[in-house]
Design a protein around this ligand. Structure first.
Ligand code: PGA
Length: 252
C-alpha cells in the first residue's frame, strides 16, 4: 500500500496508559486491514500507543497511511536520565510524531512551557513532527474567554521559540474538556481560541482540537474555522470507535 500526503484533517488518538501488547496488536491489525488506500479521502490518521507497544504498532501499520507517534520524548539525545526515552529512541522504534506537553504531563509530571519548548526543538532536530498540546485550565477559563485566549497564545509562543512553525502540529485541548468528568466544549467555547491561534501563528502545519471528542460532536468541532483535525482519547481507545470516527469525518 502506498500513501499520498493527506490534505484534509488529521484525526488521531493517544491510547494514553492503555493496551497491553496483545490488545495493541489486535487494534493495529484491525486498523491496518481497514486502512486501504482511499478509504478516508484526504484524512491523515494517526495513533499514539504507549512506549511498550510503539515498535509493534509501527511495524503492523508500516505501509499504511496511518502515522504512529510517541506520547512523550525527552529533550536530550541520550544520557543519564533514568526512566526517560529520547527522540532518537522513539524514532528508532518507528515513531514519526512526538506528542509533547499533554495536560496530564503538565499537571502530574511537572512539564512546563519551557520543557515543552526543549522537547519540541528535539523532535524537529531529529525530523519528527511534534504534536504540541496546549490548553487552559478551568480556573483560567472561569476568568473568561479572553483569559483563555491569552493563556493559550503564551503557551504556544514559548513552545515555538527557535522552532520552524511549519514543522509543528498543535493541539488545542482545554484541560476542563479532557477525560472522564470533562465538560465537552462547544463550538462557541473553542472558536475564538482557534481563530486567535491561526491569526498569530499562521505558519503552523495545522491546529487540531482535542478534549471529549466523540461521534456526536466530531463533525461540529471539525467545522470550526482554524480546526485542522481532531485529537481523540476515550472515543478511539477501541479500534471500532476510531474507525467509526474516521468514517464519519471522511463522509463515509
Ligand atoms: P478525551 O482525551 O478524548 O478522552 O477527553 C483527549 C485528550 O486527552 O487528548
Amino acid at each position: 500500500m502506498t500513501s499520498t500526503p493527506a490534505t484534509g484533517p488529521w484525526v488521531g488518538t493517544s491510547w494514553k496508559m492503555n493496551h497491553t501488547l496483545a490488545t495493541a496488536r489486535e487494534y493495529a491489525t484491525t486498523l491496518a486491514t481497514a486502512a486501504a488506500p482511499g478509504r478516508w479521502p484526504g484524512v491523515q490518521p494517526f495513533v499514539i500507543p504507549p512506549f511498550t507497544a510503539l515498535h509493534t504498532v509501527a511495524g503492523l501499520l508500516a505501509g499504511t497511511p496511518v502515522l504512529v507517534g510517541a506520547q512523550n520524548a525527552h529533550w536530550a539525545d541520550a544520557g543519564a536520565w533514568t526512566g526517560e526515552v529520547s527522540v532518537p529512541q522513539v524514532a528508532d522504534a518507528g515513531a514519526r510524531l512526538a506528542e509533547i506537553g499533554h495536560s496530564e504531563r503538565r499537571e502530574h509530571f511537572g512539564e512546563t512551557d519551557r520543557t515543552v519548548n526543549l522537547k519540541t526543538r528535539a523532535a524537529v532536530r531529529h525530523g519528527l513532527t511534534p504534536l504540541v498540546c496546549v490548553g487552559e485550565t478551568a480556573e483560567v477559563r472561569d476568568r473568561g474567554g479572553q483569559a483563555a485566549v491569552d493563556h493559550v497564545l503564551t503557551q504556544v509562543e514559548v513552545a515555538l521559540v527557535g522552532v520552524d512553525q511549519s514543522a509543528v502540529v498543535l493541539a488545542y485541548e482545554p484541560v476542563w474538556a479532557i477525560g472522564e468528568g470533562g465538560r465537552p466544549a462547544t463550538v462557541a467555547d473553542i472558536a475564538p481560541v482557534h481563530q486567535a491561534v491561526v491569526e498569530r501563528f499562521g505558519g503552523l502545519h495545522r491546529v487540531l482540537y482535542g478534549g471529549s471528542v466523540n461521534h456526536d460532536n466530531a463533525r461540529d468541532l471539525l467545522s470550526v474555522p482554524g480546526v485542522g483535525g481532531l485529537f481523540v482519547g476515550r472515543a478511539a481507545w477501541r479500534a471500532e470507535g476510531y474507525l467509526a470516527l474516521l468514517d464519519l469525518v471522511s463522509g463515509g
